[in-house]
Design a protein around this ligand. Structure first.
Ligand code: OSB
Ligand code: MG
Length: 371
């Protein structure tokens, strides 16, 4: 397979409801789609998970756009891919460019997707698929008050989601968790603080131990592992790292330091599928619980996350919900739907191209360029 051209499109896709976390509110999905066309005419898609503002990590859709144009796409001009081993060399081509892993992931995943398409192999199988169905949980944004939260939790449990994650921040945390435990008992429950606390809040964070949470996701600094290690020594709740994991080396350092017992893997955050496969292998070797997170992706990123989650080392339900949880209309058709309550089928798709609805997608495009 030879890479012929790369197209970038920026979309503004309407969301059904705003999504609030400690870092801010997301109202529309601002997304870069990367399309790789091969010399034989196959298409591959990749979605950039960078958000419109740098409040989750430092990348934004705007910075990713320019990284892709100025530095990343030129590295793949006329790239030749014969085997999956060649797909792993994309990381080496990108290595001289520091950071910017969301921008890198969008392009790298588009090439994997194109390779699956051109060779007509299911993407999940290329990645190392071990199962045909995955179980999923839901991530609930910060709600205006506890009654709103309880109504949301009730609705998602009724739909069959296998785990509840609630976003927290100082002022919307202990009482909210207590109320959910009181109303719904022993359901699999966790919290995600998106770096809203500091090590000075250790005593406050110890108070979550009484609720038997599955884990506490990224309570401290977005780029920290040292304070997380100190906190983990003083709380019983397992810490899960999200923002501070950018690479397999980050996972190794975090595990060696004792900064986490669980890893949230988002392929779009760590530079793509090759890095994800290595993180998965590391976690399997070291008995670290692993699950696949989400970034409010369109159906394209959603199908990619589902394919990755089919690997055997994903030990806990991920955040990949059906399309309808976020979008009235998705860029793929049919959208991602439950195969049975709380489960998603890993379809044997040779890349996502056959599911993308190009004509529908057009109406959300705000900027486009071909490289
Ligand atoms: O911290 O996991 C996070 C969404 C956007 C940015 C960061 C996060 C999230 C979520 C929602 O928690 C995950 C999803 O449903 O896609
Ligand atoms: Mg998170």
């Amino acid at each position: 397979m030879r890479v012929q051209s790369i197209e970038l499109r920026r979309l503004r896709l309407p969301m059904r409801e705003p999504f609030e976390a400690s870092y801010g509110v997301e109202r529309d999905k601002d997304v870069i789609l990367v399309t790789v066309q091969t010399a034989a005419g196959a298409l591959g898609y990749g979605e950039c998970v960078a958000m419109s503002s740098p409040h989750y990590t430092e990348e934004t859709a705007h910075t990713a756009w320019w990284m892709l144009i100025d530095f990343l796409a030129p590295q793949l001009k006329a790239l030749q891919v014969t085997t999956t081993a060649d797909l792993f060399t994309i990381r080496d081509r990108f290595a001289p460019i520091r950071g910017n892993r969301m921008a890198k992931a969008a392009l790298e995943m588009a090439v994997w997707d194109a390779f699956a398409n051109e060779t007509q192999q299911p993407l999940a199988r290329l990645l190392g698929q071990a199962r045909a169905e995955i179980d999923v949980g839901i991530s609930i944004g910060i709600q205006p008050d506890i009654p709103h939260l309880l109504r949301k939790v009730e609705g998602y449990l009724a739909q069959g989601f296998r785990r509840i994650k609630m976003k927290v921040r100082p002022g919307f945390d202990l009482d909210a968790v207590r109320a959910v435990r009181k109303a719904f008992g022993d359901v699999p429950l966790m919290i995600d603080a998106n770096s809203a606390y500091t090590i000075a809040d250790t005593e406050h964070l110890q108070r979550f131990d009484e609720f038997g949470l599955l884990m506490m996701e990224q309570p401290l600094g977005w780029d920290d592992i040292v304070d997380h290690a100190a906190l983990q020594r003083r709380i019983a709740t397992p810490i899960c790292l999200d923002e501070s994991i950018r690479s397999v080396d980050d996972v190794r350092r975090a595990v060696e330091l004792g900064a986490c017992r669980v890893v949230n893997l988002k392929p779009g955050r760590v530079g793509g599928f090759a890095e994800s496969i290595e993180i998965h292998a590391y976690c399997q070797r070291h008995g670290i619980d692993l699950w696949c997170g989400g970034m409010l992706e369109t159906g394209i990123g959603r199908l990619h996350n589902i394919a990755l989650t089919s690997l055997p080392g994903f030990t806990l339900p991920g955040d990949t919900a059906p399309s309808a949880r976020y979008f009235a209309e998705d860029v793929i058709d049919p959208p991602v739907e439950f195969s049975q309550p709380g489960m998603l089928a890993v379809e044997p798709l040779p890349g996502v191209a056959s599911r993308v609805r190009e004509r529908r997608l057009d109406k959300w495009v705000v900027e486009a360029t071909r490289l």
